[in-house]
Structure formats: structure tokens, C-alpha cells
Design a protein around this ligand. Structure first.
Ligand code: 13P
Ligand code: SF4
Length: 331
């Protein structure tokens, strides 16, 4: 059954001039259908510049939306429009509430520049763009923060407090979580209280377990993991950076990896462990099936265009400013 679907998917995408891109966290059978794969930044770059008029993005909602914003004329489809749980933790109202909290503490809009992780809605990106800020991904967060700090202001970082705190520690800066931890007046990076529940699964105890069991093992984690976990890791990086690091290791070097299951599972045949006793599966990434991908292609063929990504022009205007600022710094 699935072999037939895969063959039909390949024929349809060729005949209809459709490009398929997939994030590493997609199920294997979906991932195998992609023309391109990569981390969030690489996929946004490659997909927005792709010459085909139709693009199918196998990933989570903010990824397809970002391509539509960067390249508004392109017709972007998602087999499942599943929203990243972290992106859902913030909307414009919550964003504005945090700005108000800062104001109540004497930190005005003139005192900070906002940066939003790409794992956020188009509306949040638009608000950030309007306030003079930009988007970042896990692979360029440090570069974007470094550049933004040159303007001599604090940074309001949304929605992932772990990424914000991890970059702050890496750069020797002070961070605080608004309404939760730390001194916002002292902090250089003011983090919104959002997080990825999948990456919260990894703990320092897991690291100790692997280090005791396999002396010499390396620990590689994604920067959405908790700050104490990243601090205790040997390597921290985006999905693509993790893959590059792990593939460069000698075959007999053991490594335990703190990120989503599907990606870690297809990395290496041997000596690669998942850094958690609980399977770290991203529920929304795992929603996309081969059948969904096939249905999307069929809907393009039949011109019924199911699951096409649309973003309001007003939202695109400022969200594009925020995304373009990031792209300019990521050349
Ligand atoms: P990357 O940009 O590193 O691929 O991360 C995307 C993501 O959602 C990780 O949870
Ligand atoms: Fe969102 Fe976490 Fe899933 Fe990444 S792993 S898409 S941050 S919920």
C-alpha cells in the first residue's frame, strides 16, 4: 500500500511541477519524499527561492507561513496545518501584555528591540517587525542577538525562554524570564515564558546516566533544551548543526542526542542514543502522513487546492520586514 502511494506521490509531484520540502522531524516515509530537507533557516531559504510555482511543506504551521511571507506569490501547501505547540504559547495579546509588564517596571519600548524565534505565528512576527525587531532561528539566534545588541538596547526575546537563556549564557550576558525568574532591570535579554515541551524531556540526570554508563560518550543537544542541560552538553546546535556534528564523529564514538526522535533515529546505525527514557516525539510534526501528502498533491491536480497557506496582506507587510531582517543577516 505505502509503496504504491510513494510511487504515485513521485509521479504526481513531477507531473505537476511541485517541490516538496520536509523538516527532519517528519516521519521517515514522509521525509523520504522530499526534494529538500533542512533546519528551519535552510528550509525557509530554499523553499522561498525555489522556482516551482507550487510548494508542499511537510512540517509545522509556522514553517509554511514563513515561506508564504518571504515569497507571497508562491502557492504554499501543507499536508497537515499542524501548529507547533511552542508557537501556540504566544499571540499578539500575550506579546502586548509582556510589553505592558515591562513598561510597569520602567522598561519602555525605546529600551528594547524584540526578536522572535521563527517558531511563532505570522501575527507575532508582524508585531516584532513593526517594533523594529527581527526573526531568528536556532542556527542564527546568536548572530541576530549579537547584531541587535550593537544598538545599545535590551532584547525582548519571544517565545522560547530556553533558547534566549542559552544564547545569553553562551555570550556571557544576563537574562531573565518576564514575570518568573531573574531581574528584568539588570538583564540584557528579557525572555517570554514559552518553551518546547518535547525538548523539556531531557534532563541533567539523563546526561549523568549516560556519562556514567558509557565513559567518553558525547552529549549533543538542541538549544530548545533547558539551560542546565545545554550547559552540561558537549555540543549544542540546530537540527542541521547537530547532524553535521554527529556525522563528523568517528564510527566508534558514542553520542547521546537531545532532540526529536525521528531525526535521531535515522542519524547513524550504531553508537547513537536518545537522551531520554521517554520517547521525544513532536506530536504536531508527527501528524503528517503519506496519505495527507498524496491528498494534497491530488488537490493540486484537481485544482481544489486543499490546505493552501494564506496570510493576510497586512500581516505579511510587517512579518516580512522581520523575516527579511533575519535573511539579510544570514546570507
Ligand atoms: P531547527 O531550526 O533547529 O530545525 O528547529 C526547529 C524546531 O522546531 C526544533 O524543535
Ligand atoms: Fe514546536 Fe517543539 Fe515540535 Fe519543534 S519540537 S516543532 S518547537 S513543539
Amino acid at each position: 500500500m505505502s509503496r504504491n502511494i510513494q510511487k504515485e506521490i513521485k509521479e504526481l509531484k513531477k507531473r505537476l511541477n511541485v517541490t516538496i520540502v520536509a523538516h527532519y522531524y517528519q516521519k521517515d516515509e514522509v521525509f523520504e519524499m522530499a526534494d529538500f530537507s533542512g533546519d528551519s533557516l535552510e528550509l525557509a531559504k530554499v523553499a522561498s527561492k525555489d522556482p516551482n510555482p507550487f510548494l508542499i511543506f511537510c512540517g509545522v504551521g509556522f514553517m509554511g507561513q514563513s515561506v508564504k511571507i518571504l515569497s507571497p506569490k508562491k502557492r504554499v501547501f501543507m499536508p497537515k496545518v499542524a501548529c507547533c505547540a511552542m508557537a501556540r504559547m504566544i499571540d499578539v495579546e500575550y506579546f502586548d501584555q509582556n510589553v505592558k509588564t515591562l513598561e510597569e517596571n520602567g522598561i519602555t519600548k525605546d529600551d528594547f528591540i524584540p526578536i522572535t524565534y521563527i517558531n511563532s505565528s505570522a501575527e507575532v512576527k508582524a508585531r516584532v517587525g513593526e517594533l523594529g525587531g527581527s526573526v531568528c532561528t536556532s542556527s542564527n539566534a546568536k548572530k541576530i542577538i549579537e547584531h541587535t545588541l550593537k544598538k545599545g538596547k535590551k532584547i525582548l526575546f519571544v517565545p522560547d525562554h530556553c533558547l534566549g537563556e542559552n544564547v545569553a549564557r553562551d555570550m556571557g550576558l544576563k537574562s531573565a524570564i518576564i514575570g518568573r525568574d531573574g531581574d528584568i532591570k539588570e538583564a540584557d535579554i528579557l525572555c517570554y515564558n514559552g518553551f518546547c515541551s518535547v525538548h523539556q524531556l531531557f534532563s541533567v540526570e539523563d546526561i549523568e546516566f549516560y556519562r556514567n554508563r558509557y565513559p567518553g560518550i558525547l552529549i549533543a543537544t538542541h538549544p530548545e533544551c533547558k539551560p542546565d542541560v545545554c550547559a552540561a552538553s558537549d555540543f549544542v546546535g540546530s537540527t542541521s548543526q547537530l547532524i553535521k556534528f554527529i556525522k563528523s564523529l568517528p564510527e566508534d564514538q558514542k553520542v547521546a542526542v537531545g532532540t526529536e526522535f525521528n531525526m535521531v533515529n535515522r542519524l547513524r546505525d550504531k553508537n547513537t542514543f536518545i537522551l531520554s527514557s521517554t520517547k521525544p516525539e513532536c506530536p504536531t510534526m508527527n501528524e503528517t502522513t503519506l496519505q495527507d501528502l498524496f491528498n494534497t498533491l491530488k488537490s493540486i491536480e484537481e485544482k481544489s487546492y486543499k490546505n493552501e497557506i494564506e496570510v493576510d496582506e497586512d500581516v505579511i507587510k510587517w512579518a516580512k520586514v522581520a523575516l527579511d531582517r533575519m535573511m539579510e543577516l544570514s546570507k
